[in-house]
Design a protein around this ligand. Structure first.
Ligand code: ZN
Length: 494
């Protein structure tokens, strides 16, 4: 047979569709043609594959070689197709006679001497390889990433020759297993490091328990950034399935990820819209997707370009972002918790007791107007972070640690999951009626607040969700008036 078919995968969005590398050897002038929408790195693989085959002790056929990458309408990128192409050529020219070739998938870049070099996004490839019940042969240095996929059979090789020996069963590769560092606990900044600020800390606990978005407002140096960076340490733990979902995103984005940790993305205000929501000709995940199941922190919120902030509105509601290109469409998950921080005015000292602020009322209004009403409306908790007093700073009373707060958050989180299968921030207005019923007293209280504060329907529902979380932190079945009044207090400060 002068024909061979080898399996590999390409990356498209967060998916890794199966690619069949078909190699056909026919009589004619020596040539090598690759068809099926290859991108530049794939076209260049011809030269790498030729040298690698020769330097691994095989001969390169002096015949007409046609390589088809199917399905032909899907663009193929990257250097990971080198290894499957080389295997395909060796099989089609009968230089190796492999056993059970159809149960394997191959990925790897070849050096000219036949060594295998690491490739990107191996975890994503591994997840779909496992779903198709194939086995994966990849460069040895990529195996720690791939072995994070449960039940996937992974083999690591250092060069082309080893892969051939494994396929012909002359010398088998050993199956790689996951190293046990997944349960390792990495130190995180602790809430006990933040002095004073009891009210902002309480708001952070509520945000963590119910998945709510939060805005800290206060002069510079009061600990807004410090508080925000403590959120991951009190969030409920990710399940194994969720951790894999996050790991897959980081694998595609080619960024480091500590398996099992909730992401925390601190985005600078000079970031572009594409950096924030994702994009590019081959769409890549942006910061909101990298913050999936974790936190997106926007410091100095009014310094962001208003257009950039407005693109956040839709994913905040739908928890995903769809990027459309001429031929294809990619949807990335974006279920993140937004934490924002801002100064009250351009100099930062408005409403300060020392009256240091030099800004005109117009300047303050212009500054605050940089954030649109609809965006503010989507943030559940608005908290003032006041300057610390000397007694706060000198206090030696031991403060609550993240571990203590996390325990309460975890209890409230499990309470919500058991009741409705999601966190309170994700409740629809219909679900709110069912899970957050009000008695006559609390109903009257909320109607009065709605008239006084001129609340939108969206804000009304957001207050109910926060009140539901406050009640859950007390493991209270019903929303009581003190839960509701606390929820209202986080709304009226702006
Ligand atoms: Zn000012």
């Amino acid at each position: 047979m002068s024909f061979a078919k080898v399996f590999t995968r390409s990356i498209w969005g967060l998916h890794a569709p199966l690619i069949e590398v078909e190699v056909h050897v026919s009589q004619g002038l020596p040539s090598l043609t690759i068809v099926g929408l290859p991108e530049i790195a794939v076209k260049e693989s011809k030269d790498r594959v030729r040298s690698a085959i020769l330097n691994s002790g095989f001969s390169f056929p002096t015949k007409r070689l046609t390589i088809n990458l199917a399905p032909a309408d899907l663009p193929k990128d990257g250097t990971r197709l080198d290894l499957p192409i080389a295997i395909g050529i060796l099989v089609a020219t009968k230089q190796i006679e492999p056993k059970g070739l159809e149960q394997y998938e191959f990925c790897g870049e070849l050096a000219l001497d036949g060594q295998l070099r690491s490739v990107n996004s191996v975890l994503t490839l591994g997840i779909e390889c496992q779903q198709d019940q194939h086995q994966l042969i990849i460069p040895l240095c990529n195996t720690p990433e791939a072995t994070q996929v449960p039940h996937l059979k992974v083999f690591g090789a250092t060069n082309l020759k080893q892969v051939c020996e494994h396929l012909t069963q002359t010398k088998c590769l050993t199956q790689q297993v996951a190293c046990s560092n997944q349960s390792k606990v990495y130190p995180q900044p602790d809430l006990a490091d933040v002095k004073g600020q009891l009210r902002p800390k309480r708001a952070l606990e509520i945000a963590a328990a119910g998945g709510h978005c939060i805005l800290f407002r206060g002069p510079p140096g009061t600990g807004k950034t410090l508080l925000a960076s403590r959120l991951p340490s009190i969030l409920p733990c990710l399940t194994a399935q969720e951790a894999l979902e996050v790991a897959r995103i980081y694998s595609v984005a080619n960024q480091p990820y500590i398996f099992g940790q909730r992401p925390f993305r601190d985005v600078h205000h000079t970031s572009s819209g594409v950096a924030l929501v994702g994009g590019g000709t081959r769409p890549k995940p942006g910061e909101i997707t990298l913050a999936h199941l974790g936190t997106l922190f926007l410091d100095e919120l009014p310094e962001f370009d208003r257009k950039v902030l407005e693109v956040l509105r839709q994913p905040l509601e739908s928890k995903k972002i769809t990027i459309s290109r001429a031929a294809h469409q990619v949807t990335f998950p974006a279920n993140f918790q937004l934490i924002a921080a801002m100064n009250p005015c351009p100099c930062g000292y408005a409403f300060h007791q020392d009256n240091k602020c030099q800004c005109t009322p117009q300047a303050i209004r212009r500054y605050q107007n940089k954030i649109s009403g609809p965006l503010l409306d989507r943030i559940d908790l608005h908290i003032d972070v006041p300057p610390l007093t000397a007694s706060d700073l000198q206090s030696t009373v031991p403060l609550e640690t993240s571990a203590q707060v996390k325990q309460r958050v975890e209890d409230a989180y499990q309470y919500q999951i058991a009741r409705q299968g999601c966190t309170n921030q994700a409740l629809s207005p219909q679900q709110l009626e069912q899970h957050a019923p009000l008695d006559t007293q609390t109903k009257n209280m909320l109607s009065l607040a709605q008239q006084r504060l001129d609340l939108s329907a969206r804000a009304y529902h957001r207050i109910l969700r926060v009140a539901r979380t406050i009640a859950d932190l007390e493991q209270s079945k019903n929303i009581q008036s003190h839960h509701l009044s606390e929820a209202l207090s986080y709304r009226s400060s702006m």
